[in-house]
Design a protein around this ligand. Structure first.
Ligand code: NAP
Length: 248
């Protein structure tokens, strides 16, 4: 069976690393992005240059209509999705809860909770043996923040990742007998551009000293865990959440 993976938010950072590693392992990959078309096309070019198959699809996966169109495009251009990595996620400027307004919290929940639910729904509808599908895997990219709470920085973001972890546990049980495995990965502090959105581009280096391993993580270290969860080697793993966080 052709293995088709959708990686949301794959134009940069952790998502781009997952897309490249998946393509190298034989998946046809959909590189989803929101606005950085140049970056997404570059990931696709790198994959094709290495002999892999990939397409870039613009879709704001916090919006239901865009997500439906993303999955329909993949149906038509690559084939039915067999692996979904829900990676797109956002955070906003570091601040305390007593400074946050409702609009900010709603944006975080829309992007990091509502969006992933709709992505998971579209995948389950296609993968579930209950509806004639062939099964598949879903991996949710959560965060160590779900355990740590991110005080003084972004408790809203941490809470959204806590919600994602609960979705992983519940959905895994809901579809376990329908050929679908659902797992999560909780990265710690990883070198990507996301920290600039929090207002501190060099955050990884500041926080690294507090990480038991004494360093920040690299995107490929997260991607490797995701690819293991997607592989047949992980055939009995569902509802699991792997910390890739240097010990924090
Ligand atoms: P990043 O470097 O900021 O990249 C974010 C990616 O997501 C980009 O490809 C961006 O697309 C895309 N994106 C954002 N919102 C989107 C939307 N609504 N629809 C479609 N695509 C969207 O982030 P990252 O650090 O790689 O983080 C990836 C995931 O890992 C996130 O869920 C994050 O919470 C989680 N994580 C990261 C860290 C870390 O230290 N980096 C730690 C724990 C967890 P454009 O390029 O088009 O903007």
């Amino acid at each position: 069976m052709k293995e088709v993976m959708i990686v949301t938010g794959a134009s940069r950072g952790i998502g781009a690393a997952i897309a490249r590693m998946a393509a190298a392992r034989g998946y046809a990959v959909c590189v989803n992005y929101k606005s950085r078309r140049d970056a997404a096309e570059q990931v696709v070019s790198q994959i094709r240059a290495a002999g892999g198959e990939a397409i870039a699809v613009r879709a704001d996966v916090s919006q239901e209509g865009d997500t439906v169109r993303l999955f329909e495009t993949v149906d038509q251009e690559l084939g039915t999705v067999t692996a979904l990595v829900i990676n797109a996620g956002i955070l906003e400027t570091q601040m305390r809860v007593d400074q946050m307004d409702a609009a900010r919290v709603a944006r975080i929940m829309q992007a990091n909770v509502v969006g992933p639910f709709i992505c998971a729904r579209e995948a389950v509808r296609r993968m579930s043996t209950r509806s004639g599908g062939q099964g598949g895997v879903i991996v949710n990219i959560s965060s160590a923040a779900a355990r740590l709470g991110s005080p003084g920085e972004y408790v809203d973001y941490a809470a959204s990742k806590g919600a994602m972890d609960t979705m992983t546990i519940g959905l895994a049980k809901e579809v376990a007998a329908e050929g679908i495995r659902v797992n999560g990965v909780r990265p710690g502090v990883i070198y990507t551009e996301i920290h600039a959105s929090g207002g501190e581009p060099a955050r990884v280096d500041r926080v690294a000293a507090k990480v038991p391993m004494g360093r920040g993580g690299q995107v490929d270290e997260v991607a490797a865990a995701v690819l293991w969860l997607c592989a047949d080697e992980a055939s009995y793993a569902t509802g699991a959440i792997i910390d890739v966080a240097g010990g924090i």
